[in-house]
Design a protein. Structure first.
Length: 478
């Protein structure tokens, strides 16, 4: 029997549905995370531009983006709450044994979540009710609250990858917990900054992609140009930074989690002068089928020398490493992430060259087609990064300390499959409602803009968000 099938046969029946349920909810929630973490920052940059340059269009965009931010945050509350319950319901072994060690990260994230909710409410309420400077200053803590939430989650995840800050007693239970060491593990810094910049980059490309579509449809007024230029510029600056941080994170994985690195690069035996495979499938016997083989490159990327020794999967027993299928999945996810990241860097360079040389936005339709796809591409890259991180760590839920199978719930597998079906239906309805709300908001704003323009009343670009709104024709209310 192949090793993968043998290990699957020994796993508890609850393991597969529990993992599928957790994977689905995480993959769904992570679509909202870039907007939750980085959208407040992008909105405040636009807000600052409006105040600094006395630009009503920038203020209007910031006000409308803040409404989108609030709707997204409301949906994020639901999906985030589901995830918090799943940690306790699906993985009681993890939380029961290790919760005292790494649970502080979840506590920090919860406080940051409540703080962000209050700050978003204040920021939304402040439009037309507060003085411009006061309103902007009250919004400034928003990005820091978002970063604090990311800090908590990444502290917990990095601890699961490189657990520190505890000792084990005679029964194998953690004692003598050092909270600071548990938070600031070797993987925390590389993971955190890679994650934060990824969120900024993804949110920037997602928001600018909306206005890139508008440009392709002929909407090239100041409103759409500004709506595209500000978030895309932020994303373009972040793209090359992210490329460097990603390389640093991969090298940290090489040093701290060598077996995980071997899975991501489908390295079977420990050796020097190891080739790099672009895609390809790892077989049960250690051979690689398909893909593009580049001699020596993996050793060179890992240690800047072709003589760098790369640890292989066979350096540990079969039950302590990812299976061939899991290694292939992690490898493909990693390659797709790097491929998309490289394409985004090239797109950012295209944008930067045109802006620096010609002092204007690019005019090529192909640039805007690429920019419209960049938002979707960056979300796919984020999903792939999560897959590479979690699948590459298998079979461990706490690296080299607890297997996933040891942490799973004792609930019947049938109940878990039913729960997965219910969650899928609920999430389809939630995200469908979210999309409907966004489309209705877009339609309402567009109709308001057209009515104002056609009635010779102040256009939306002249309707300053501070003070009374301009009246609409026919005695309609604001």
């Amino acid at each position: 029997m192949p090793t993968s099938l043998h290990l699957l046969a020994d796993a508890p029946a609850q393991l597969l549905p529990a993992r599928e349920l957790m994977a689905f909810t995480l993959a769904s929630h992570i679509v909202l995370v870039p907007l939750g973490v980085a959208f407040p920052f992008i909105t405040l940059v636009m807000h600052y531009r409006g105040l600094r340059r006395n630009d009503p269009t920038a203020l209007l965009l910031a006000r409308r983006w803040s409404a989108v931010m609030a709707v997204q945050f409301a949906l994020g509350i639901v999906t985030g709450t589901v995830l918090s319950f799943e940690f306790g319901l699906l993985w009681p072994g993890l939380m029961g044994r290790w919760g005292d060690v790494f649970g502080v990260g979840f506590g920090v994230e919860a406080w940051a979540f409540f703080l962000e909710a209050v700050l978003i409410a204040v920021y939304l309420y402040g439009w037309r009710r507060l003085k411009p400077r006061t309103h902007f200053l009250l919004g400034l803590p928003l990005p820091f609250a978002a970063l604090l939430g990311a800090f908590g989650i990444l502290a917990a995840n990095s601890w699961m990858n490189t657990p520190r800050g505890f000792s084990l007693d005679a029964e194998g239970n953690p004692v003598d917990v050092n909270v600071w060491k548990a938070i600031f593990t070797p993987m925390f810094g590389p993971q955190y900054w890679h994650f934060v910049v990824a969120m900024v980059l993804t949110a920037g490309f997602m928001v600018s992609g909306v206005y890139a579509v508008g440009w392709l449809r002929g909407r090239r007024d100041h409103y759409h140009r500004l709506g595209f230029a500000v978030p895309f510029t932020i994303a373009a600056v972040a793209a090359p930074v992210q490329f460097v941080l990603g390389d640093s994170l991969a090298r940290s994985v090489f040093h701290e989690q060598p077996v995980k690195f071997a899975a991501m690069e489908i390295v079977w035996k420990t050796d020097t002068r190891v080739p790099e495979y672009l895609f390809g499938r790892l077989q049960e016997d250690g051979s690689v089928a398909g893909g593009i083989r580049i001699p020596l490159l993996d050793s060179f990327l890992a240690g800047f020398s072709a003589d760098t020794e790369v640890v292989g999967l066979t350096s540990v027993p079969a039950d302590q490493r990812p299976t061939a299928t899991q290694a292939t999945l992690a490898h493909w996810a990693f390659d797709v992430m790097v491929l998309i990241g490289s394409a985004l860097v090239l797109l950012a360079l295209w944008y930067g060259v045109v802006r620096l040389r010609r002092r204007r936005l690019p005019a090529s339709p192909w640039f805007y087609r690429s920019a419209a796809c960049a938002g979707v591409g960056s979300v796919i890259a984020v999903e792939c990064g999560w897959i590479a991180t979690e699948v590459g760590r298998q079979p461990w839920i706490v690296y080299e300390n607890m297997r996933v199978a040891e942490a799973v719930t004792a609930t019947r597998s049938t109940s878990l499959w039913i729960m997965l079906g219910v969650v899928i239906v609920v999430y389809v309805l939630l995200f469908g409602s979210f999309l409907v709300v966004l489309l209705r908001m877009r339609t309402r704003w567009r109709l308001a803009d057209e009515r104002r323009a056609g009635a010779e009343v102040p256009s939306p670009e002249a309707d300053v968000p501070y003070g009374p709104r301009a009246s609409l024709p026919g005695g309609e209310g604001p």
